[in-house]
Design a binder for this molecule. Sequence first.
Ligand SMILES: N[C@@H](CCC(=O)N[C@@H](CS)C(=O)NCC(=O)O)C(=O)O
Length: 228
Amino acid sequence: MPTDAAPTYQLFHSPGACSLAPHIALELLGERCGVVWEPVRVVIADGANRKPEYLAINPRGRVPALSFRDADGRAQILTESTAILLFLASRHPEAGLMASDPIAAIRTVEFLSWLATTMHQTGVRTVFRPERFTTSADKAAHAAIGEQGRITVRAGYAELDAKLAGRRFAIGDSFSVVDAMLVVHYRWGNRCGIDMRRDYPNFAALVDGLRAIPAVERVIAREGIQVD
Ligand SMILES: N[C@@H](CCC(=O)N[C@@H](CS)C(=O)NCC(=O)O)C(=O)O
């Protein structure tokens, strides 16, 4: 976390958004490798992501965004949670946030891709923001889109719940960037009106285990969010 040293990274994030996953990854990089970084709040609920200051950082108006300097000292902005997580994990292999063997590494990419596309964009996002998926202002049309989104996420959670039975972590025997993103999706399931603990007990047990990691709980507290 922040010290007097200039931060290597700045993470632009909003409480409870998918930026929670790189927020957790950075907290672990700070703890495990002494990486200096700085969280910058861009609160979506306040419209901060649509202000010119933030659009200058990410013209898409989305979080997360990661600011850093490359090896030649050039300022870089990286967007897309999957890219940010894989970048942080591979730039700091000593933190152990991604397995190094090729199969486990590509399984990490596979898992994150599915979460970011099927589960986030065609699932949760259609529940939270159905009006963005139609030109219709008709509330019934929005409700139907949200209903299909709930079917999509429930199918995904059922698949996840079966896959996570008896597992402490999503991939292998240690915490990876996939686990960080699973905390986000578990929370979103509850925000979709699904009783995640009742309906997906293996997923809930995994998240309980992840929350026993102090760095994970520190980030949840810093964002001021409820997970369950
Ligand atoms: N594919 C992007 C999605 C980013 C995204 O949609 N972020 C949401 C928060 S979870 C956001 O910034 N929403 C603001 C908006 O849509 O106006 C990623 O994984 O980073």
